[in-house]
Write a protein that binds this ligand. Structure first.
Ligand SMILES: O=C(O)C1=C[C@@H](OP(=O)(O)O)[C@@H](O)[C@H](O)C1
Ligand SMILES: C=C(OP(=O)(O)O)C(=O)O
Length: 430
């Protein structure tokens, strides 16, 4: 699908972002291994989370869709999953494959997890190696570095493991496997990554603690079903934040956004770039911080983004790169090598598209430099099959007078199926 975008400028009004993808995945996974029925209010009906639903249905879990945005998961307890017939297909979703690997490592059956072309190229050694140390038998392409993975779970033992890459998916896989292990599992993270697994496991009665970069889990006999209310996804909201930040005279209220501090790097960066971002109505729901975010565009300047903040905004870099192209001065993004192993090589994808728009960009192994503030031209852009690239470039196109095109834009269905309609609704013509 090719989407044509007429450049418009003013972004105005109110918007509610789609439910959080990370939390939606976890609600099904943890709900499936809890005792009782977990009601999930505001589940994300998008491709990635539906892959997680399919995988658990294949393992005998009843999952019902209720209305347009809720699901119920009939949990069967820690030992209630059954051996699936055929492969478990994770599609494009890294979160599905890596977290599922952790749960499968604790089961006493064999299962195969596969993915689409993009997911089959993403590194799986980072979960395979520590899960093997815990006692799981896992095979995969190239010695287990790539999917499909064949996982034979069994008796696991807890490990003390320092994450070689800052990854919430790897941490979560080990914590989930730790539910089945003998003794304590300790994951050491040098940079704090999103902690939705820890929060939800605690809500469901898990024994888990986090202190000073050490996350510890010990097995419990049972997890107990809980109602989960999923906040809006700050990673989806980020596209609107940037749209409002770069739009002249723009003001946008984004409601019910998840504000877990491990995810709010985008807000810090936009403020540092000179944008007004106000948080209103903060509350805590299902253990997660939520609030409304008001963004007012009033001119941006370049920034340096590196180091510890990276895990707090890793999925927002495509949107931030667009903000940088519209900002005065240079923006440098470093320590972002992880972008090369997402749904596309996001450093390459960003550089390719920004150059088409007339931005001066330099590519580094672990990041990029963007010289902002030049007059940009409308263009034909390419998603490279990556939802976040399609959405970021649509936001850029929206602020450039004239007609741009985004090729292969159907990939927005991965995390935000109504993205283009929503973007149209909040933007006004010149
Ligand atoms: O745990 C999660 O839900 C996610 C963790 C991050 O990946 P990594 O763990 O690979 O950094 C992020 O990029 C992804 O979109 C979702
Ligand atoms: C990297 C992402 O997701 P995943 O790793 O689950 O495919 C993303 O949504 O940007």
């Amino acid at each position: 699908m090719e989407v044509v975008i007429e450049g418009k400028r003013r972004i105005k009004g109110e918007v509610v972002p789609p439910p959080d993808k990370s939390i939606s995945h976890r609600s099904v996974m943890i709900g499936a291994i809890a005792e009782g029925t977990t009601e999930v209010e505001r589940f994300l009906f998008a491709d990635d989370c539906l892959r997680t639903v399919d995988c658990f249905r294949k393992m005998g879990i009843e999952i019902e869709f209720k209305g347009h945005d809720s699901v119920t998961v009939k949990g069967k307890g820690l030992r209630g999953l059954r051996k699936p017939e055929g492969e478990l297909y994770a599609g494009n979703s890294g979160t599905t494959m890596r977290l599922l690997a952790g749960i499968l490592a604790g089961q006493d059956f064999e299962a195969v997890v596969s993915g689409d072309e993009s997911l089959s190229k993403r590194p799986m050694g980072r979960v395979v190696e520590p899960l093997r140390l815990m006692g799981a038998r896992i095979e995969g392409r190239d010695g287990g570095r790539f999917a499909p993975l064949t996982i034979r779970g069994g008796r696991l033992k807890g490990i003390h493991y320092e994450l070689p890459v800052a990854s919430a998916q790897v941490k979560s896989a080990l914590l989930l496997a730790g539910l089945y292990a003998e003794g304590e599992t300790v994951v050491v993270e040098r940079q704090k990554t999103r902690d939705h697994t820890e929060i939800m496991l605690k809500e469901f009665g898990g024994k888990i603690s986090s202190n000073d970069g050490l996350v510890r889990v010990t097995p419990v006999e049972k997890l107990f079903a809980r109602k989960v209310v999923v906040p809006g996804d700050i990673s989806s909201a980020a596209f609107f934040m940037v749209a409002a930040a770069i739009g002249e005279n723009s003001e946008l209220l984004i409601k019910d956004v998840g504000l877990n501090p491990t995810r709010t790097g985008i807000i810090d960066v936009l403020r540092e770039m000179g944008c007004t971002v106000e948080i209103q109505n903060e509350k805590t729901i299902s253990g997660e911080k939520v609030g409304d975010v008001l963004v007012r565009g009033n001119g941006l300047c370049g920034v340096v983004i590196d180091g510890k903040i990276m895990p707090r905004l890793i999925d927002e870099i495509p949107a931030i790169a667009v903000a940088a192209a519209f900002a005065q001065g240079e923006t440098v993004i470093k320590d972002a090598g992880e972008l090369r192993v997402k749904e596309s090589d996001r450093i390459k994808s960003i550089v390719w598209n920004l150059k088409k728009l007339g931005t001066e960009v330099e590519e580094f192994e672990d990041g990029l430099l963007i010289r902002g503030g030049r007059k940009l031209r409308p263009s034909d852009m390419e998603s490279f099959g990556d939802h976040r690239i399609a959405m970021a470039m649509a936001v850029a196109a929206m602020s450039i007078p004239g007609q741009s095109r985004i090729k292969n834009a159907e990939c927005v269905d991965i995390s935000f199926p109504s993205f283009f309609e929503t973007l149209n609704r909040i933007s006004e013509p010149f």
